[in-house]
Design a binder for this molecule. Structure first.
Ligand code: MF3
Ligand code: CO
Ligand code: CO
Length: 260
């Protein structure tokens, strides 16, 4: 069931989204050679608690950590471990604080030891930039009356146009009092198809883009999702509100501009 948020619920979602953005900004600062994902997990736990919130991933269907950290060929749901990050690793951090009962969900991909895009190997910056742009292509489709298919189509067009592939098995999702609500937001689709968007809906857009084939598998741990061909995978995620005239990005980070 799709929930339409009331004015008060939207205000609460704004606060949760803002906190998620701030959390992601601060956790990204910890991504450096020699740091272990487990150290970032501990920092995320403490940060979230110190800000009066709860990390939604912790114990979610048994997930053992406060955020997902997905390195290189890990597509999503990476469990933070003790293997130190090294220069050149492709790393995604995905955070989801719960503030006053509402969730904010956002993630970003970066390269260890690269402060800016020009410090990255060109094939990594191209994958990251394409994935990031595809998320924004999807976001720009959001307005009352447009459809989920419009979002998926915009993302798919960008990604496949660059010669990469879109992961089909994991999708964006409605979000609010629950971490994962209806609707399922596919990152592929056809214009005009699927559910029509309505003012007051809140959902995530979070394309996972593989440099090689789209196929994935889940490791023995029941969580870690990897590309079947071992190719690198990138992802970006924002939590979005459908407004009367378009969209509001609830998880926009300081200094991040819309529609890049
Ligand atoms: N944050 C992820 C998402 O974007 C979900 C992680 S579920 C977890 O939907 F249990 F792995 F944390
Ligand atoms: Co999500
Ligand atoms: Co997420």
């Amino acid at each position: 069931m799709v929930t339409i948020k009331s004015g008060r619920e939207i205000e609460a979602m704004r606060k949760a989204g803002k906190l998620a953005a701030h959390c992601l900004t601060d956790m990204l600062k910890l991504v450096k050679p020699g740091v272990t994902p487990l150290q970032i997990d501990r920092a995320c736990y403490e940060w979230t608690k110190a800000h009066g919130a709860v990390p939604a991933p912790l114990h979610y269907h048994g997930f053992p950590a406060s955020l997902c950290i997905s390195v290189n060929d890990v597509v999503c749901h990476g469990i933070p471990g003790t293997r130190a990050l090294k220069k050149g690793d492709l790393v995604n951090l995905d955070v989801t604080p719960i503030l006053d009962g509402f969730h904010g969900d956002t993630n970003a991909t970066t390269v260890v030891g690269a402060a800016k895009s020009s410090d990255m190997p060109p094939e990594l910056s191209r994958l990251i930039e394409t994935t990031h742009r595809s998320m924004w292509d999807g976001i720009r489709q959001v307005r009352p009356g447009s459809t989920l298919g419009d979002i998926g189509h915009a993302i798919q067009t960008r990604v496949e146009g660059a010669g990469y592939s879109v992961v089909l098995e994991y999708c964006g999702h409605g979000i609010g009092r629950a971490f994962h609500e209806d609707p399922t937001v596919s990152h592929v689709g056809k214009p005009g198809q699927g559910m029509k968007l309505r003012e007051g809906m809140t959902f995530t857009i979070e394309p996972m883009v593989n440099m090689g084939e789209r196929h994935i598998y889940v490791e023995e741990d029941g969580w870690t999702v990897r590309t079947s061909d071992g190719s690198l995978s990138a992802q970006f995620e924002h939590t979005i509100l459908v407004t009367p005239t378009g969209f509001e990005v609830l998880t926009l980070r300081e200094g991040e501009s819309i529609s890049e």
